[in-house]
Design a protein around this ligand. Structure first.
Ligand SMILES: Cc1cc2nc3c(=O)[nH]c(=O)nc-3n(C[C@H](O)[C@H](O)[C@H](O)COP(=O)(O)OP(=O)(O)OC[C@H]3O[C@@H](n4cnc5c(N)ncnc54)[C@H](O)[C@@H]3O)c2cc1C
Length: 304
């Protein structure tokens, strides 16, 4: 079933973007910063923290990375000036990691310093494995100077236990997720969901019992309740962890989590570069993806 979903997801780029956009909208706060700020205010109003994400990955030009830096700096100012409860999430490729490592570090350094001055937290998103080692280096360098920076670990990686041990040694601030880059080779990532879930709960317990603050990023009920069990067993307080979910996904579940007194944060993406992010989200929603692909193919044929 997972293989079939992946196959269907691979057909998505063939579907007209206008059709994908109709379904992608549920995952995106809007194209403008003001749209995202509005959603953050609404979520804060119902006791949900946020992290804001400017969509866009893999820019080809340094000037595009600089535009992203400036947009994030503006967003950070707005968050502080409007008294919002939100951090920001930033992709290393968007800061230029594929162009030049030092350029990327300098961009992150500028952002981290600006965010620190505005008391805003920066989460470094994790992308595909070609960027993992450099992303970890980047984080470790920044963490020497800034306490308002954290990183993401992916439980589907076969190297995840080593990665987590390294993070524990560094008392890192972690977001733990399953991993979203579904085309990674089976030599690199587990493909079996039961194994990914076992890895997730094992790593989560390791992080929490070693006093690493952990963002428990999942919409999977088995993992949510497994996490609650670990939290109870370790007698953790709210300063040690939070749940995290993506905008537009499983809203009823985040309310259950919040209503049971657990801290929860929602990842709020905005911007014009919605396609790559939305394809990853749609792939995680097999019913919708099959529907879009079927309709896209029907449209293509009926247009001939
Ligand atoms: C806050 C946050 C930040 C993240 N940051 C990163 C990152 O930096 N790097 C990275 O690789 N990955 C990141 N991810 C994505 C993550 O790796 C997974 O791809 C994603 O969360 C789906 O995994 P899951 O744990 O929800 O489990 P799944 O097994 O995919 O989903 C569990 C259930 O949730 C529901 N569901 C899940 N996704 C959707 C959807 N899109 N639409 C509708 N229903 C859905 C379905 O009912 C599904 O059965 C992040 C996730 C979150 C929540």
């Amino acid at each position: 079933m997972i293989a079939l979903n992946h196959l269907i997801a691979q057909l998505l780029p063939l579907v007209p973007k206008s059709l994908v956009k109709i379904f992608a909208k549920q995952y995106i706060a809007g194209e403008k910063l003001s749209h995202a700020i509005e959603k953050i205010r609404e979520l804060n109003g119902v006791n949900i923290s946020c992290t804001l994400d400017l969509l866009g990955e893999d820019p080809k030009k340094a000037s595009d990375c600089r535009i992203a830096v400036d947009t994030y700096k503006k967003a950070i100012r707005e968050i502080r000036d409007q008294g919002l409860d939100s951090g920001v999430s930033v992709k290393p490729s968007q800061m230029g990691l594929k162009l030049d490592k030092q350029f990327c570090f300098d961009n992150f350094h500028e952002l981290a310093s600006h965010a620190k001055n505005h008391a805003v937290f920066i989460r470094i998103d994790m992308e595909d494995t070609t960027l993992k080692a450099d992303t970890i280096d980047l984080y470790l360098q920044l963490a020497k100077e800034f306490s308002n920076v954290g990183i993401v670990m992916q439980a589907y990686l076969r190297t995840a236990i080593d990665d987590i041990n390294q993070m524990i040694e560094n008392k890192a601030n972690i977001r733990l997720c399953k991993g979203a880059y579904y085309w990674e080779d089976k030599k690199i990532v587990y493909k079996d969901m039961a194994i990914i879930n076992s890895s997730y709960l094992y790593l989560l317990e390791k992080l929490l019992s070693n006093h690493c603050f952990t963002g428990i990023a999942t919409h999977d009920e088995t993992l949510v309740f497994g996490a609650m069990k670990i939290i109870d067993k370790l007698g953790l307080s709210k300063e040690n962890y939070e749940f995290q979910m993506l905008y537009g996904v499983q809203e009823y579940l985040r309310e259950i989590i919040r209503d049971h007194g657990h801290p929860i944060r929602v990842y709020v993406p905005f911007g014009k570069e919605w396609f790559a992010y939305s394809v990853r989200r749609l792939k995680e929603n097999p019913k919708i993806v099959s529907y879009i692909v079927a309709n896209g193919i029907k449209n293509i044929f009926s247009a001939r």
